[in-house]
Design a protein around this ligand. Structure first.
Ligand code: IPM
Ligand code: MN
Length: 372
């Protein structure tokens, strides 16, 4: 298969982790005889520094002309202390999601057997947790009208949803449930918010089309608790933009590190694959950023294009790296010298040579192998 991939490394640790994902995709292309081409674009703080805007037109065109987009991370430390900044890195990502109409953000949360000990939650509660969050991505409070009064003392953000916006992601979530444990939990705040009541109304109207799927409802406050108290009760979580942002970050506790969560952002026409973590500016260029979320995003990209065997090999390589403790310091209590690029090298090597890798492990760890 030929795939032209727009690569947007972005800010902070974005370039380091995306370099590993590209490395892995190149290894897959080589191994399976595909032609993947990569074209890089600017977004976020780095785009502001170079062009004055967070999402240059060239980047939009690059993404629209590519088959898909691989995104790294966004955000710069200095903006956190400047709430009055008119141009902000995050606008790049938000505008791109809107521009490409990527309304469905799919965030799988699976507890790895080898990492149960890494979670701050008790092993017996998280074992076998397997959830997918369907987060609406191009509407709600993120994109509603924003106001700031002239005196700067009053501000507002409107949370607005239309039936159409709710229906299109709900259908995707119902379909996903059908190939899983057939359960959807709609998370909202319908006891308070009008927009949440519209979500409930619309999904109740759609439900008869999916009689084989059980539909459940939880208020966001309760859902936030249930997610850490009993994550195994969930299968598909469907929710609006901001609740999905918060719940997915919380869900990373189940997996052991936010550096492990990947996502697919899908629309009618375009697709983008992005780790759920931020730019983690403090860690930039230290070689400590976990590249697995980016590499898993690349696996989701392969799955999206039907390259299932290829994606399965990437996932096997990741499992192996976790099993052998070839991981960055956020997960590693055994070895202290495994960097971002070493994890990428290991996964690349496994793809090139799945049978041999295990044998070479001692050398890899001791730094004697030529592959590192
Ligand atoms: C995410 C991020 C973004 C979001 C930020 C960087 C705008 O937190 O993808 O979860 O809030 O959607
Ligand atoms: Mn987030």
């Amino acid at each position: 298969m030929k795939l032209h991939i727009a690569v947007l490394p972005g800010d902070g640790i974005g370039p380091e982790v995306i370099a590993q994902a590209v490395k892995v995709l190149k290894a897959i292309a080589m191994e399976f005889g595909h032609i993947f081409t990569f074209e890089y674009g600017l977004i976020g703080g780095v785009a502001i520094s170079k062009t004055g805007v967070a999402l240059p037109n060239e980047t939009i065109n690059l993404c629209k002309n590519a088959d898909t987009v691989l995104f790294g991370a966004i955000g710069e430390h200095k903006y956190n202390f400047d709430p009055t900044a008119k141009v902000r890195p995050e606008q790049g990502l938000l505008n791109l999601r809107k521009e490409l109409d990527l309304f469905a953000n799919i965030r799988p949360v699976v507890a790895y057997e080898d990492l149960l000990e890494k979670s701050s939650l008790k092993k017996k509660f998280i074992k076998d947790a397997d959830i997918v969050i369907y987060r609406e991505l191009t509407s709600g409070i993120y994109f509603g009208e924003k106001t700031l009064s002239d005196d700067g003392n009053t501000a507002s953000d409107i949370c607005r949803y239309t039936r159409f916006e709710i229906e299109r992601i709900s259908h995707l979530a119902f379909k996903a449930a059908r190939s899983r444990k057939r359960k959807i939990t709609l998370v909202d705040k319908a006891n308070v918010l009008e927009s949440s009541r519209l979500w409930r109304k619309v999904i109740l109207e759609l439900a008869p089309q999916y009689p084989d799927v059980t539909l459940d409802f939880l208020y966001i406050d309760n859902a936030a608790k249930q997610l850490v108290v009993n994550p195994r009760q969930f299968d598909v979580i469907l929710t609006e933009n901001m609740f999905g942002d918060i719940l997915s970050e919380e869900a990373s506790v189940i997996v052991g590190s936010i550096g492990l969560l990947a996502s697919a952002s899908l629309g009618q026409k375009y697709s983008m694959f992005e780790p759920i973590h931020g730019a983690y500016s403090k860690a930039t260029d230290k070689g400590i950023a976990n590249p697995i979320a980016s590499i898993l995003s690349a696996a989701m990209l392969l799955e999206h294009f039907g390259l299932l065997e290829e994606a399965a090999l990437v996932r096997r390589a990741i499992d192996k790296s976790l099993n052998l403790h070839i991981t960055t310091p956020d997960l590693n209590t055994k070895y202290d010298n495994i960097s971002t690029s070493k994890v990428g090298d290991f996964i690349e090597d496994f793809i090139n040579n799945p049978e041999e890798t295990n044998l070479n492990f001692t050398n890899i760890h001791l730094g004697q192998s030529t592959i590192i």
